[in-house]
Unconditional design. Sequence first.
Lengths: 245, 286, 303
Amino acid sequence: MKLEARGLTRRFGGLIAVADVSIELRTGRAHAVIGPNGAGKSTLVNLLFGTPRPDEGRIFLNGTDITLLPAWRRSRAGIGRSFQRTNLFPAMTVLENVRLAAQGSVHGWRLLRGAREDRGTRDTAVAALDQVGLTAFASDLAGALSHGQRRLLEIALVLATSPGVLLLDEPLAGLGAEETAPVVTLLRTLATNFAMLLVEHDMDVVFAVADEITVMVDGRVLETGTPDAIRRSGPVRDAYLGHRE
Amino acid sequence: MDGFLVQIINGLQYGLLLFLISSGLTLIFGVMGVINLAHGSLFMIGAYLAYVVAGITGDFWLAPPAAIVGGLGFGAVLERVLFQRFRNREHLDQVLLTFALILLFEEARASLVGNEFHAVAVPALLDFSVPVVGGFAYSAYRIAVLGICLLVAAGMVLFLGRTRVGASIRAAAENPEMVDLLGIDARLIHTLVFAAGTALAMLAGALAAPLQSVYPGMGDSILIASFIVVVIGGLGSVGGAFWAALLVGLIDTLGQVYFPQIAGIAVCGLMALVLSWRPTGLFSRA
Amino acid sequence: MTRLGPRGNLFLAAAALVLASMPYWSGLYDMQLASTALIAAMFALSLQILTGAAGLVSLAHAGFFGVGAYTVYLLGAGSIFVTLPAAMLSAGIAAAVIGPIALRTRGFYFLMTTLAFGQMLFFLFHDTPLGGGADGVFLTRPSMMWTVTKSARPAVFLLLNLVTLSLMYLGLWWLMGTMFGHALLGIRINEDRMRATGHDVQRLKLIAFIVSGALAGLAGHMAALTDAFVSPEILDWHHSAEALLMILLGGIGVLHGPIVGAFALTLVREFGQSVTERQRLIEGMVILAAVLLLRRGLAGWRR
C-alpha cells in the first residue's frame, strides 16, 4: 500500500496549521513525524484521514485521488487511524469494541446477521485483540481497563478494520516507562507489515521504530530523512531536538 | 396594494416580536447549553399577565414593565432552582423537564384565570390610525410595538457589544468554557441570561396581548416559530436570530393572509431549505 | 441499551398471557384501556430504536404515527391487509423524506429540526382539507377476515393490538441482536469512532429513522382501527414528548422499557382521572419524578 500526500495546507481562521506538507507512506516502512507542540502533527493526521479536508493539496492512496473521500470511506479503503486521546466505546466489552470496529466495512443485508454469531467479524476481532495482547481481557468493560490497556485497545480498534495504512497519533501518550515497552515492541512488529505514520514525542521510541523521520515546525516540514540523518542535522537540533534536553 | 403594504408591516412587526422571544432562546442555549421548550409558555404568561394587570388597574401601560420586572424575577428563580441543575443533563431529560414545565404552567394558568379566550383592549392613548402614505393608515399601537421592539433590539446590541458583561455573554455563547477564563462568575452570567430571556419573552407576550386574543395554546405556536428562527439564525447568534425572525415573521404573516392553508407548512419548509444548505443555520460560525 | 434474556422474555410472555385472558375476566372498559396502553406501547417502542439505541431524541415521531393513522382515513374503507402495509409504507416514506434533512444536523439542531418537521405534518392535517378538519374525523374501520360484532370489538381489538405489539417487540429484539442493532448502539456511545472505523453512520441512522417511522405508522394504524377516529392532535409534538416520557419512565437502557413505561403512564393517568380533573398536573409531576428520581426507569432499576 502507498499513501501519498502532496502539498497539504490547512488554515484555521488566520492561522496556518499545516503548510505545504508532502509525505509518502509505504508498506513495510514506519514514517515518524516529530515536532514541538502545535507544529501541526495532529492536524496532518486529521487531514490524511479526511477530517477536515485540506484547503490545498491532494492525497493519493495507491495512486487514486482520495482527497474528497469522507473518513468512513477512507477506513474502508484501508486507512486506519488511532487517536491521541483514547476514543473507545467505554460501556461495551473489550471484545465488542474490536468487533464493532471489525464490523465497520460490513454493509447491505449482511448487517442483519447476528452480531455475536457472525464468524468473519468475530475472527478479525479476536485476531486484533491477540495481536495487542488483550485476549485475556476480552470480556471486561473497556471503561474499566487501565490506561495502558486502553492505549492498546485503541490500536486494536484500528487493526480490526483490516487496514493497510496505519496513522498512529501518539500511541504512547500518557504511558509510564513500564507500559511503554510492550507497545514499542508491538509498533516494531506492525512497522514491518503496514505503511505506518507515527506521531510521537518520545525520541527513543521514534528512533527505535522509524525508518524515516519528518520534522515539523510551525506547520511546515523542516526536514525529512533517515533517523541517522535527522540525528546529525544541525537545523533540526537547533529547532527541536535541542529544546528537549 | 395598500393591503399588501399593511401585511408587510404586520409581518415585520410580528418578526420583531419573534425576535424578542428567540433572542432569549438562542442566548440561553448558547450560554447555558439548555434547550427550553417552555420558552413559549413564558410568552403566554406575559400575555395573561397583561390581561390581568390591564383588567385590575385599567391601565395597560403598567403591563410591559410588570412583565419585565416579573420576568427577571421569575427567570432568576427558575434558573437557580431548576435549570442550573439541568445544564449537563442529556437532551432527553431537558426536553422532558421543560415539557413538564409547559404542562404545569398551563395547569396553573387554567386554575388562576381559566381556559377562556380574552381580548385585551388597545390602550386608549394609541387607539387610532396613523396615515402613512397615500390613503393608507396604520394602527398607532402596532407602530408603537414596532418601535419598542426596535428599541429593545438596539439596547441589546449596545449591551452585548459595549459592556464587559455583554462581551462575556457573547464569548460564552461561542464557547461556554470562556466565561471561567474571563474571570467572571459563570453562575451569575447564567442567571442573568436566563432572567433576561424570560423577561424578553414575557414582554413580548404583554405587547402582543392587544394584537391577538389571549388564549391557552398561544405559547405553543410561538414556540415552534421561535425554534425555527433559532435554527435558521444559528444557535447562539443574536444577529442571526434578528434577520431570521424578520424572515419568518414576513413569510408567516403573508402566508396566513394569502395562503392560509399552507402558511404553517411554508415556514417549516423554509427551515428545511436552510438546513439542507447550511446544517447549522445561516449565521453560525461553523 | 440491553435486551432481555430468555427469562425476562418469559416474564413478558406471561404478562401478555394475562392480557390475552382479559376477555374472560374483565369488563369492556378495562379491555379498551388495555388497548390504549398497548397502542401507546407500540408507539413508544417504535421510538426506542432511535432514542434508546442510537441516542437520537426526535420530536417528529407523532407525525409518523399520525400519517399512519390518517392513511386509514384517506383510504376510505378497505381490507386491513391493504391498510396496514399502506400505513407503514406512507409513514416510512414520510420518514424517508424528512430523515435525510433532519439527520444532516446533530444534537440540539436535530431536536429542533424534528420538532419543526413534526409540526409541519401536524399543519398538513390541521390546516388543509386533506385531513378532514381540525377537529378530527370518524372513519370506517378496515374490514378484517371476519365481521366483528360491536360487543366483541373490545376483546378482538385487545387481542389484535397485543399480537401486533408482541410481533413488533420480537422483531426489534431480533434487530437489536444483529450487527445493525449493535452499530446503532455504537453510534449512541461514540459516533465519531464509528465513522473512523468505517461505519456509514449517516446511512445507519437514516435506516433506523425510517424503520422507526414505519413502526410508528403501524401504531397509528392500530389506533385508527381501534378508535375509528383520527384527529390532528395525534400529530402534535406533545404526543412525541409523551412517547419520550414513556421511554424514560420505563427505562431508556432496556429494549422493553417503553412497554413498561406506556402501561405505567396509562395507569397513572387513569388513576389521576378518577381523583382530579387536572390531568396536566399529574403528568407534569410524573415527568418531574421520572427525570429527577427515576434515572434508569422502572424496568431498569435493577441494573
